[in-house]
Design a protein around this ligand. Structure first.
Ligand SMILES: C[S@@+](CC[C@H](N)C(=O)[O-])C[C@H]1O[C@@H](n2cnc3c(N)ncnc32)[C@H](O)[C@@H]1O
Length: 212
C-alpha cells in the first residue's frame, strides 16, 4: 500500500489566507503608509528587477511598477492560490507585461530572474523560515536592496498596543516566535542594516543591502 503523503507544513497558513483573500485588501488599508515607506526604501530605478516575496493579492504591484517602469520587471512569489488569483486579476486589468507571478512557497519557488531588490511586506512566516529566506536571497545580485516590514512587539509597557499586535498576528502568521526581532535572520546577510519603528512601535521597517 502506498504510504500517505506527508502533511503540508503550510496547511494552516494556506487555510488562513484562503479565508482572508476576499477581504484582505480592505483589512490592509490601515497599513498603506507603511507600504509606501517600504517601497521608497527599496530605492528602485527604472529598469530594475524587484522580487515581491509573499506578494499576496498584489497590493504592492502598482507602486513597484511605477518605480521600475515598463523596462523593469516584477516577480511575485505567493503560495496561496486564492491570494494569487487576485494578484493575477490585477496584472490582467492593468495589462502589465513585465510582471511574473509564481505560485509556490518561498522555499520551493524557482526564481529565474536575478533581482536588484526584494520586498518582504508583512511576510513574517517567510522571514522566520531559513530555507524560504535562503531561496529568495539566492535570486538577488550582490549589493541588492532588501526591505522587510511587518508586525513586531512594541515595548512591554505599551501593552494595549501589544494586544493589537497579538490580535493582528494571530490573524496573519503561523507562529508568534520571532515577533520581538522579526528581521533577525536577515541581519547576517545585510550591510548597512537599519531598523525603524513605525505605528508607535508595533511595526518594524528594516532595510539594507545584500553583502557581496
Ligand atoms: C500578510 S500577507 C502579505 C501580502 C502582501 N505582501 C501584502 O503586503 O499585502 C502574507 C502573505 O504571505 C504568504 N505566505 C506566507 N508564507 C509563505 C511562504 N512560505 N511562501 C510564499 N508565500 C507565503 C501568504 O499566503 C500571504 O499571502
Amino acid at each position: 500500500m502506498p504510504s500517505p503523503a506527508p502533511p503540508n507544513p503550510h496547511r494552516a497558513a494556506l487555510a488562513q489566507y484562503r479565508r482572508r483573500a476576499s477581504v484582505y485588501d480592505v483589512e490592509l488599508a490601515l497599513f498603506e503608509p507603511v507600504r509606501r515607506a517600504a517601497i521608497a526604501r527599496l530605492a528602485l530605478k527604472p529598469g530594475d528587477t524587484v522580487l515581491d516575496a509573499g506578494c499576496g493579492t498584489g497590493l504592492s504591484l502598482a507602486q513597484l511598477h511605477a518605480a521600475v517602469g515598463p523596462r523593469g520587471r516584477i516577480v511575485g512569489v505567493e503560495q496561496s492560490p486564492e491570494m494569487l488569483a487576485r494578484a493575477r486579476e490585477c496584472v490582467k486589468q492593468h495589462r502589465w507585461r513585465n510582471v511574473t507571478l509564481i505560485q509556490a512557497s518561498a522555499e520551493d519557488a524557482v526564481i529565474e530572474h536575478e533581482a536588484d531588490a526584494v520586498l518582504f511586506h508583512f511576510t513574517h512566516d517567510i522571514l522566520r523560515e531559513p530555507m524560504a529566506l535562503a531561496n529568495v536571497m539566492r535570486a538577488l545580485r550582490p549589493g541588492a536592496s532588501v526591505v522587510a516590514c511587518g508586525l513586531q512587539w512594541a515595548s512591554p509597557w505599551a501593552w494595549p498596543l501589544n494586544l493589537l499586535v497579538l490580535g493582528a498576528a494571530l490573524h496573519s502568521v503561523s507562529s508568534l516566535a520571532g515577533l520581538d526581532r522579526p528581521w533577525s535572520l536577515l541581519a547576517g546577510s545585510l550591510d548597512d542594516l537599519q531598523v525603524e519603528s513605525l505605528m508607535a512601535g508595533g511595526v518594524f521597517l528594516a532595510h539594507g543591502t545584500l553583502r557581496p
